[in-house]
Design a protein around this ligand. Structure first.
Ligand code: URA
Length: 284
């Protein structure tokens, strides 16, 4: 992509930021998001990719604007969650504070992932975040440090967040499972079922205005079998009345750089929920 494109994007964001009292985004940040083409790490290469599936709805302000507002007919909570597929994390009462929930999860031994983990990766960010990102599960770096999205995929996620005119500190980042599946395999339905109650409680406590689901696994286990990621990305779904936007996982974007363009379309839809204006591309 031409240098001047990023310059123009940055200028648009700068203008918009000044108008709304927010900082602009450096052209380098935009450029990095669109053009990160460093070779994958061994960890990413070895990460098995499998098909996922899942569902749909958007922010109240976007309901009219979005043709693809989808809600589940199969769930009272508006999301097509199958109890057997996604479970509820054990159906036990969980603490009503994020800190106490984190303490509970730190002790969790509900599934075999507890046997191989180094650290539980609870999630992190602003407990009052308007925007929440949900990934699949910790990788090696996350397991080692006990923090979500700190490896290469995390670096790209940081760029995506910045391109959306948010900071990492403003948003909340969590995963479907809190412990690393060995070899970065996709979590099994049983493992996800053991863990999903924790994520649901996090969502209940944070009550974000919008959720971005990163990749097929997040879509499948939060929303149910709504469809493959390439079919559901860019379409609004709803979880408990919260608008949910599925998009590609950053690890996939590292492997498939051409998909960044579609991911950016999805992220811009989310930006609009927050009144953030995506830069318009100038035509010559
Ligand atoms: N991939 C995920 O899905 N989550 C992480 O925390 C890191 C990589």
């Amino acid at each position: 992509m031409a240098e001047e494109f990023f310059q123009v994007l940055a200028e648009c964001l700068e203008r918009e930021g000044r108008r709304k009292g927010r900082p602009g985004i450096a052209p380098e940040v935009l450029k990095e998001f669109f053009t990160d083409s460093r070779p994958e790490t061994e960890e990413l290469r070895s990460q098995p990719r499998r098909k996922a599936a899942p569902p749909s709805m958007p922010p109240h302000s976007l309901i009219q604007a979005s043709p693809a507002l989808e809600t589940s007919a199969s769930s009272s909570s508006s999301v097509p969650i199958s109890a057997s597929a996604t479970g509820n994390g054990g159906d036990v009462a969980l603490p009503d504070s994020l800190d106490m929930l984190a303490e509970t999860v730190a002790q969790c031994r509900r599934c075999i992932l507890a046997e191989t983990r180094q650290h539980v990766v609870f999630g992190e960010g602003n407990p009052h975040a308007g925007l929440m990102f949900i990934g699949e599960g910790p990788g090696a770096d996350e397991d080692r440090l006990g923090r979500p999205f700190v490896g290469r995929a995390g670096q790209l996620l940081d760029k995506m967040i910045a391109a959306m005119q948010f900071t990492r500190e403003e948003v909340y980042i969590a995963n479907i499972v809190k412990c690393r599946p060995p070899g970065n395999r996709v979590p099994s339905p049983d493992e996800a079922a053991c863990c999903i109650g924790y994520l649901k409680k996090q969502i209940e406590l944070i009550r974000p205005e919008a959720i971005v689901l990163l990749g097929a696994t997040a879509v499948t286990f939060l929303l149910g079998p709504v469809g493959g990621i390439t079919r559901v990305r860019g379409r609004w779904f709803a979880y408990e009345g919260i608008p949910v936007m599925p998009t590609f996982h950053p690890a996939y974007l590292l492997r498939q750089e051409s998909a960044k363009r579609e991911a950016w379309i999805d992220l811009q839809m989310v930006m609009k929920v927050f009144g953030k204006t995506p830069p318009s591309r100038k035509r010559a």
